[in-house]
Ligand binder design. Structure first.
Ligand code: HQG
Length: 180
């Protein structure tokens, strides 16, 4: 497996499917590092040095170790219900969400919902939103009136790797940036 594929596999284990290698996460999303390494090493050569390199060089800083590196978790992006102790924070006045044209009708009817994940993922810059949207097809970007949402009592969180998260975004708080 390439470095990139291994990193994706770790995201799958730590966010969605720890049972893929027969491990579990605790309520805060932590996996035991030894168990993770052993589980992956059953499929391919894998050790602590490789895990440390993946964590250190990950382009989105997706993972964190605890202090003594006996535990590891994903910073955000989970579909399984874990509490990663996100920081609740006042958001910037505008946030962005990148998605695909194919979801437009549904989003403009139901608002933004987390679908399989625990939160709707938002970014403070448009460029990130564009990249996120492109993963799904022809991208479209929504601006979110986060200041108004916050005033109205909606909670926002920022993950350790700088992703803004909220439970849902009702239609009245978003508008499309690109006319598609
Ligand atoms: C869409 C990646 C229909 C939503 C990224 C999105 C991000 C709706 C898709 C992180 C909808 C879910 C998360 C509605 C929302 N009807 N579709 N009412 N409401 N959607 O992958 O935000 O590389 O779960 O717009 O960079 O694309 O994995 O969420 O298009 O930070 O670390 O449903 O995942 O990071 O897709 O991406 P996703 P996302 P990583």
């Amino acid at each position: 497996m390439s470095f990139e594929t291994t990193s994706k596999f770790i995201a799958l284990i730590l966010r969605h499917k720890p049972e893929a290698i027969g491990i579990t996460l605790d309520e805060h999303g932590w996996a035991n590092v030894d168990e993770l390494i052993k589980g992956i090493a059953k499929r391919q050569p894998f050790d602590m040095a490789m895990l440390e390199e993946i964590v250190a060089t990950d382009d989105k800083q997706r993972y964190s170790f605890n202090e003594d590196k006996t535990l590891i978790r994903a910073n955000q992006g989970h579909s399984i219900p874990v509490d990663v102790e996100l920081e609740e924070k006042e958001p910037p006045s505008i946030l962005y969400h990148g998605t695909a044209v194919k979801y437009k009708a549904s989003i403009e009817e139901k608002g933004l919902i987390p679908k399989s994940r625990l939160y709707v993922h938002l970014s403070s810059d448009e460029e990130t939103a564009l990249k996120v949207g492109q993963r799904h097809g022809t991208p479209i970007i929504y601006t979110i009136n986060a200041a108004q949402m916050h005033k109205d009592g909606y909670k926002f969180y920022i993950s350790k790797n700088g992703v803004w998260l909220t439970k849902s975004v009702p239609v009245k708080y978003h508008s499309r940036v690109r006319a598609l």
